[in-house]
Design a protein around this ligand. Structure first.
Ligand SMILES: [Fe+2]
Length: 225
């Protein structure tokens, strides 16, 4: 595979998809393993140079300024590499266009697939981003709630296409369904497609595996139409 297919549906194996009742859905059997490996290789070869570190460590004041027992509050912590691929002007967007990723994300079947998982119509103008997790990279507990944005305050929808290499052994997406962070899905398979009805509490555990382990995520962030 020299480029991503023009239509997102061509990336998938033929199969109907239905989203269960919860806030989070993941499937690891929708993309042929050879196609998934080719997608990983395209991202690794062409988009890695456009990524920038996305690092927010634990502020020490969360402990040193604490005056009462059990007072701790953890802001969103994260460590990975990321790039916005919105539009056509940025270096990352140009590289995404060169490998066909921009065109595939703009294809009617990608929006249709997202709408099927979301269970409702989505705004066709949506945000695009790529992330790369290396060994130990993670995202701490957070909600992705954006109450200051009128169109997102009642919720929005994320679609994540995830491609990992064989060196990646495990990375759990842990999420809350009924008030407890007691659900977990391994998202470090060769290809995992995950749908999020945000906001809800979730976190991503440190990527486990060999020193060259990597997991790419192609994110679409959709407002409801
Ligand atoms: Fe998140």
């Amino acid at each position: 595979m020299r480029r991503f297919p023009a239509e997102f549906s061509e990336l998938l194996k033929p199969r109907a998809v239905r989203h269960g009742g919860g806030p989070f859905f993941a499937a690891s059997d929708l993309v042929d393993p050879a196609t998934a490996a080719a997608a990983f290789a395209l991202l690794e070869r062409h988009l890695a140079p456009a990524l920038k570190p996305l690092v927010r460590a634990i502020p020490p004041e969360t402990i040193t300024n604490q005056t009462r027992n059990y007072q701790e509050r953890l802001p969103k912590t994260v460590r990975n590499r990321a790039a916005d691929i919105d539009g056509t002007r940025s270096k990352a967007a140009k590289l995404a266009a060169r490998i066909g990723l921009g065109e595939m994300l703009s294809s009617p079947s990608y929006l249709a697939f997202a709408e099927k998982l979301a269970g409702r119509k989505l705004d066709p103008a949506f945000g695009r981003q790529v992330l790369r997790y290396g060994p130990g990279d993670y995202a701490g507990p957070h909600t992705d709630h954006h109450p200051e944005e009128p169109r997102a305050r009642d919720g929005y929808f994320d679609l994540h296409l995830s491609f990992s290499n064989a060196a990646a052994a495990r990375q759990l997406l842990v999420y809350a369904q009924a008030g407890h962070l007691d659900r977990a899905v391994d998202v470090a398979g060769t290809a995992t497609i995950a749908a999020y009805r945000l906001p809800f509490w979730h976190y991503t555990t440190p990527l486990e595996g060999k020193p060259d382990a990597a997991r790419w995520v192609v994110l679409g962030t959709f407002l409801y139409a």
